[in-house]
Design a protein around this ligand. Structure first.
Ligand code: GDD
Ligand code: MN
Length: 378
């Protein structure tokens, strides 16, 4: 088999038959399979099964009962089960025209690239199907921002946010990718230097159903950028910074409502501790949650730690100021910096420690891949 077409689906029943039909007529004579990786909550799986039964081409369904990593997680699942080395990823709503696949294959067959990106932003491509001016502006701005953050790795790519691409599975280390949100191509391109080829395509309007893009996906994307560019610690710092500001704002608000400053400070701190925990859960450590046991246990560990930490930090302060004669603001800065590092290490290594060893810990050529999968774009 030469090609595996991976289609992530979430409630796309109305698109399945038409998608399979158009792929079939575009790829006449090719040796390929279609793999639907489905997280639907409706009848999409049974529609896929019945389309598969009558299709002229091999169609497989992987339905995930416990979806992990959303759209990106589904694509990784598709890579793992693909029969072919070359994997084509496309949406299930026909915004990615199957008629463009032959040109992508042709580009890959020249043999000089690891990935072929179908781009809306290269000469000949269009983003016409993006819903509305706001969505287009967001897409344009985030593309520029992303390219600026990875100037080298994304040098040959005008559309790192596209969900339509063809990749040589042997050129990526699947288990090193962190599935979060919608932008799996960015994850692949930012991890290691890939040889990129591009073909233009016209982003179409949806055939049936509705988009699953949301504000939350936007926030996920920003966290993904921070994590890829500066590592998990910076995303953690970002959440800590937001928490510190929220803490002060809440305290200020409570005092204005007539509360004494001490109870106001305590309430503000506890609210922030809980809020920070949720941000860590859903943004910073979202990719590690599935393997690290119960959320309740993590919450208790995190909550107790933060309270103990606050008490310790405040008691150490007088020791530094009176004992070691360090100026009070500097002393506070030292304790905060130390607490930050300890808090990060504690959360990364203990709160979110994997309870079970990742199922597919087998990677090809681990030494080579480890060396190549740096987070820095150097
Ligand atoms: N398995 C699975 N799990 N599939 C999902 C999930 C999920 O949680 N969420 C969305 N999908 C599927 C949808 O069913 C669809 O086939 C595809 O992923 C894209 O989702 P849309 O809801 O159509 O997203 P979009 O059109 O707003 O976004 C597309 O275009 C963007 C570029 O503007 C995607 O291709 C993005 O990756 C791309 O960045
Ligand atoms: Mn879509």
């Amino acid at each position: 088999m030469e090609l595996s077409i991976i289609v992530p689906t979430f409630n796309e029943g109305g698109n399945v038959a038409e998608l399979v039909r158009r792929i079939g007529s575009s790829l006449d004579g090719e040796d390929f399979e279609i793999v639907f990786v489905d997280d639907s909550t409706d009848d999409t799986p049974s529609i896929i099964t019945s389309v598969a039964a009558s299709a002229q081409v091999p169609v497989r369904l992987i339905h995930r009962d416990a979806p992990d990593g959303g759209l990106s997680g589904a694509v990784l699942e598709g890579f793992r089960s693909a029969q072919a080395r070359w994997c084509l990823v496309m949406d299930g709503d026909l915004q990615h025209p199957p008629e463009d696949i032959p040109r992508m294959l042709e580009r890959a067959r020249r043999g000089d690239v690891d990935v072929v990106v179908a781009s809306r932003y290269v000469a000949g491509g269009t983003a016409g199907g993006l819903a509305g001016a706001t969505r287009t502006a967001v897409s344009r701005t985030s593309t520029v921002l992303t390219k600026a953050m990875f100037p080298r790795k994304l040098h040959g790519c005008t559309d790192p946010m596209t969900g339509f691409f063809l990749v040589d599975r042997d050129s990526i280390d699947i288990e090193s990718l962190h599935p979060r949100g919608f932008k799996i191509l960015l994850e692949i391109l930012a991890r290691r230097q890939m040889r990129i080829g591009e073909v233009p395509f016209a982003f179409a309007t949806r055939y049936a159903g509705e988009s699953k893009a949301s504000f939350t996906q936007g926030i996920r994307f920003l966290t993904q950028l921070a994590m890829l560019r500066f590592g998990r610690m910076s995303a953690f710092a970002l959440v800590g910074g937001v928490g510190a500001i929220a803490n002060l704002v809440i305290m200020w608000g409570l005092i204005r409502l007539g509360m004494e400053y001490l109870p106001a400070a305590i309430i503000a701190s506890e609210v922030t501790i809980i809020g920070n925990f949720l941000l860590l859960e859903y943004l910073v450590f979202s990719d590690m949650r599935a393997d690290s046991g119960l959320m309740r246990t993590r919450f208790i560990k995190s909550f107790v730690f933060n309270n103990v930490e606050a008490v310790v930090r405040i008691s150490v302060l007088p020791l530094l100021v009176q004992g070691a004669h360090i100026p009070s603001v500097l002393a506070a800065a030292i304790t905060l910096a130390a607490a930050f590092v300890v808090r990060f290490v504690y959360h990364a290594l203990w709160v979110y420690a994997p309870k079970r060893v990742a199922a597919a810990a087998v990677t090809r050529e681990p030494a080579v891949i480890t060396a190549a999968s740096r987070t820095l774009d150097s």
